[in-house]
Design a protein around this ligand. Structure first.
Ligand SMILES: [Ca+2]
Length: 217
């Protein structure tokens, strides 16, 4: 499987090129002489429904609820879920939907914070065609007013890490674009977004996720 990274913003992606192996394991790093960064506490995995795979539409965004507008919350509200339309939580206590609770969404009115009560991960499975190239796009930003080391975000496709976000001081949402080619025997892509910074209920924001077929190699 080959993967072409097309990082269009400075989000901790070292270079443009071909990734051949996943980065080193997650490390929680203190950034200042006085701040203590607690190591993540292992959390029980909540019960989840079996992962379903939908037939892929022929064009457009193949993801369900990539903008996290569902379920719709009241203005200013936030809530933690084990599952939301299109996405299932597979690690941690849940994902937090925010509707203007601590910053504005990049698209629509709502966003996701993966470090809800603690670091969590969610997945969505999409049917793919062998040999087809797909582009994953998403927008992410550090939670306002928090340290960089609490805002890590890892992205996996079929259990292979394809990107690690390490937020810088750049304000606001930044876009990440990745390309991935389905191997000859691959019929499903499982996208996984996982909080990887300090597990302290504060983490990076995610919004406007899309997965589109862009042609064959
Ligand atoms: Ca949104």
């Amino acid at each position: 499987m080959k993967l072409q990274l097309l990082c269009v913003m400075a989000l901790g992606c070292a270079s443009t090129g071909w990734a051949t192996s996943p980065p080193a394991p997650t490390v929680c790093v203190n950034t200042g002489p006085t701040r203590e960064c607690a190591l993540p506490t292992p959390m029980p995995v909540p019960p989840t429904a079996p992962l379903s795979v939908r037939p892929a539409p022929s064009a457009g965004n193949l993801l369900v609820n990539g903008s996290f507008e569902h379920p719709a919350l009241a203005p200013g509200a936030w809530q933690v879920f084990n599952a939301i339309p299109g996405w299932v939580v597979v690690d941690g206590p849940g994902v937090e939907i925010q509707r203007g609770a601590a910053g504005a969404a990049q698209h629509g009115e709502q966003l996701v914070e993966l470090d809800s009560h603690a670091n969590s991960a969610m997945v969505q499975a999409v049917a793919v065609q062998p040999g087809m190239v797909y582009e994953l796009r998403f927008w992410t930003m550090a939670r306002p007013g928090t340290a960089a080391d609490t805002n890590g975000l890892d992205v996996f496709v079929n259990d292979v890490r394809v990107h690690r976000v390490r937020h810088t001081d750049a304000p606001g949402f930044q876009e990440v674009r990745l390309r991935w080619t389905a191997g000859p025997d691959v019929a499903v892509a499982v996208l996984r977004f996982e909080a990887s910074g300090c597990s302290d209920s504060l983490g990076s924001y995610l919004d406007n996720v899309s997965w589109r077929a862009v042609g064959r190699d």
